[in-house]
Ligand binder design. Structure first.
Ligand code: DGY
Length: 322
């Protein structure tokens, strides 16, 4: 069917979404194992009207410059779009879209999983049982920390930050947050707003990052700010690895100033600083924030809605503007 528009996807997406695409488009699927260099991405996109990319591909200035002129839309299979050179894409007449809203609950659940796991030492417990070294229940074994009564500092009170706050409130935590401006919804949670991040850090027993990646947030959690946090605090990151200065967080975990961390994201995924692997007090996940069947299907459907609207010349709600 040569007259149907071609959609090129860098990765496989849930079956129900691939089936929907196949009904209305010619489809070129990527191989999940491939690393997409700008050259390879350009070749993969040859003749395509729409290109679907995931957070695993860096679609930087070079990649945009090499894309064939046939590409009218880059539909990101993600809410984050810092991996795409949006300005350069727009300058070439390519619209960029993303998938906001549909991954809020899944990501908030993973933040809670990390928070609980880090505070209750779940990965150490799992390793103890698996290793066969567990000799039985002991009054002083693997003692963690209560969630209830602790202050949770949230950086970025958008949809995901709010969803984490709501969950943590149910566990008896007090909610503090830092945002560009106070969030109206946060009042119902009795949450305390801090215009100044440093002031919030000094009172945060747990810190959870939920801000978008930008020049302003790159490296925001550095040695100076970690030192402001109470001794024994816990750090959770489900946003972007680049928010954290790895050298500084690793040093704080080694000294136990930061008692534990739960990380789902890393600066250069899938590569991560090997020193994290050697630390007992860090719970590491492979960017699972949105990884539920329901969420990935909803993301896939939104990706298709987005590219379809652009190809039909209709307004798409999810055009990324920078
Ligand atoms: C996103 O959509 O940006 C997430 O990181 C994927 O889980």
């Amino acid at each position: 069917m040569p007259d149907l528009p071609l959609v090129a996807l860098t990765r496989r997406i849930p079956q129900v979404c691939e089936e929907r695409l196949a009904r209305d488009y010619r489809v070129r699927l990527g191989d999940d194992a491939v690393v997409f260099t700008p050259e390879r991405l350009a070749k993969h996109a040859e003749g395509a009207a729409a290109l679907v990319v995931t957070p695993a591909e860096v679609v930087g200035v070079d990649a945009i410059a090499q894309l064939p002129a046939s590409v009218k839309v880059i539909s990101a299979f993600s809410v984050g779009y810092e991996h795409i050179a949006v300005k350069e894409a727009n300058a070439r007449g390519i619209v960029v879209t993303n998938t906001p809203g549909v991954l809020t609950n899944a990501t908030a659940d993973i933040a809670m999983l990390l928070l609980l796991g880090a505070m209750r030492r779940a990965s150490e417990g799992d390793r103890l049982v698996r290793s066969g070294a567990w000799t039985g229940w002991r009054p002083t074994q693997l003692l963690g920390t209560h969630l209830s009564g602790k202050n949770l500092g949230i950086v970025g009170m958008g949809r995901i930050g709010m969803a984490v706050a709501t969950r943590a409130k149910a566990f008896g935590m007090r909610i503090l947050y830092h945002n560009r401006s106070p969030a109206a919804d946060a009042t119902a949670l009795n949450a305390t707003y801090f215009a100044n991040l440093d002031d919030m850090l000094a009172q945060s027993h747990v810190l959870s990052l939920h801000c978008p990646m930008s020049a302003a947030t790159k490296g925001l959690l550095n040695a100076r700010r970690l030192a402001l946090m109470p001794k024994g605090a816990v750090v959770i990151n489900t946003a972007r690895g680049g928010h954290v200065v790895d050298d500084d967080l690793i040093a704080a975990l080694q000294s136990r100033h930061i008692a534990a961390a739960g990380l789902d994201v890393y600066a250069n995924e899938p590569t991560l600083d090997g020193r994290y692997r050697a630390l007992d007090n860090v719970l590491l996940l492979p960017h699972l924030g949105s990884a539920t069947r329901e969420t990935r299907e909803a993301m896939g459907m939104m990706v298709i809605d987005n590219l379809e609207a652009v190809l039909r010349g209709q307004p798409s709600k999810n055009v990324v503007a920078i």
